[in-house]
Design a protein around this ligand. Structure first.
Ligand code: ADP
Length: 364
């Protein structure tokens, strides 16, 4: 099939580096003689016929910008068959032969739906959360972590001055990747993540021991998967240490604690070098895959190399990782493929456990 025109969209939560990816898709396609249209606001643009022509000049001066200049939206209409058919009709009216969809797992479900209805579609993982199991890194993850580190370093300054603890909640949805890495990078005393067991009592005991040894500043990084944990932990640390300080008549043992929810602040900011390069490589690869006649794939990074896997495969890996596989989901795969998936998941979990143990060992 000869591709004449493709469409690119950004969907779901925005992530730094999405613009660099749109630029790469555009320039790679244009270089191969293929026109590009940007669907405005994710799948919404396809339904409402809202597009922008993406020429090489239209994507200039965008590589360094965060957010997404072709906008993102959570388009519920696209989840319905009627909405999807409307989108397909609009795509056909523009003679669009293929789609590159940049986003997270929801975006990929839409990409599969389009692929199955005859519109070749390739997904690119654009999300700060790093929760696409099949890819070692997602676009925006590196920048978001650096933003957390920059801000937590500032909190540490004041913790050290006042001999305090700061409990910081960071984004990442159900994945603890941002939390664990930033806990290590900020020298936190503990991290609370969905992947590993957090021992609250042992952490507070350790903090008290460290305070007796003269440690002044304490940081604990908590995943947004546990919205109640951060504020509760602050209360607990404050009350337990206050009681101890009173009992021993030593006010230095009191560890005054504060809570900080970083939320969307870390979704902004100029994309890091790593995210710009990843976005560029993935964008070019997605165009190459489409033009080679492939569909229903997600571009991933594995051990530093850009490669692809089926979107279905990627979704099974996500579910296997989270333990949410449903009956029949593995039916399409051979025992060897299932064993390969299980090995991959086990290795990823083991890396998490080892890194978590390392954090706890060094937090001393
Ligand atoms: P993310 O891509 O970051 O996971 P969402 O889950 O919000 O974010 O999905 C982004 C968009 O992808 C949705 O607003 C919708 O337009 C589309 N989408 C999500 N799930 C499906 C689905 N099951 N079928 C078709 N489209 C979907």
């Amino acid at each position: 099939m000869k591709f004449r025109k493709i469409c690119v969209l950004t969907s779901g939560g925005d992530a730094p580096g999405m613009n660099a990816c749109v630029r790469a898709v555009t320039r790679a396609a244009n270089a191969r003689g293929v026109q590009v249209m940007g669907s405005l606001g994710g799948y919404r643009g396809m339904i409402h016929d809202e597009f922008v022509d993406l020429t090489n000049r239209a994507v200039s001066n965008k590589i360094q910008l965060s957010g997404t200049f072709i906008y993102s939206d959570r388009c519920l209409e696209f989840k319905e068959e009627a909405g999807m058919q409307k989108a397909i009709a609009v795509l056909k009216s523009h003679e669009i032969d293929g789609v590159v969809a940049i986003g997270g797992d929801g975006t990929f479900r839409g990409a599969t739906d389009l692929s199955q209805r005859g519109i070749p579609t390739i997904g690119i993982p654009g999300t700060i959360d790093n929760d696409i199991t099949a890819s070692d890194n997602t676009i925006g993850f590196d920048t978001a972590m650096q933003s957390v580190v920059d801000d937590v370093d500032k909190l540490r300054d004041t913790c050290e001055s006042h001999a305090r603890c700061n409990v910081v909640e960071v984004m990442g949805r159900g994945a603890g990747d941002i939390t664990l890495n930033t806990a290590i990078a900020t020298g936190a005393v503990a991290a609370v993540i969905p992947e590993c067991e957090f021992d609250e009592e042992a952490t507070i005991e350790k903090m008290i021991r460290l305070r007796r040894e003269g440690k002044r500043s304490f940081l604990i990084i908590v995943s947004e998967a546990f919205p109640e944990v951060g504020p509760a932990l602050v209360k607990k640390i404050t009350s337990v240490t206050k009681e101890l300080a009173e009992k021993e008549g030593n006010d230095r043992l009191w560890i005054e604690s504060k809570f900080c929810r970083m939320a969307h602040i870390v979704r902004g900011g100029s994309p890091s070098l790593a995210d710009r390069v990843l976005a560029t490589k993935m964008g070019v690869r997605a165009v190459d895959e489409l033009l080679a006649g492939n569909s229903d794939l997600v571009v991933v990074e594995r051990e530093g190399k850009i490669t692809t896997c089926g979107i279905g495969w990627s979704q099974v890996l996500d579910r296997m990782y989270k333990g949410t596989l449903k009956e029949g989901m593995l039916d399409a795969y051979t025992p060897e493929q299932i064993a390969e998936m299980q090995k991959f998941i086990e290795e990823k979990k083991e890396t998490f456990r080892t890194t978590y143990a390392m954090l706890n060992e060094l937090a001393n």
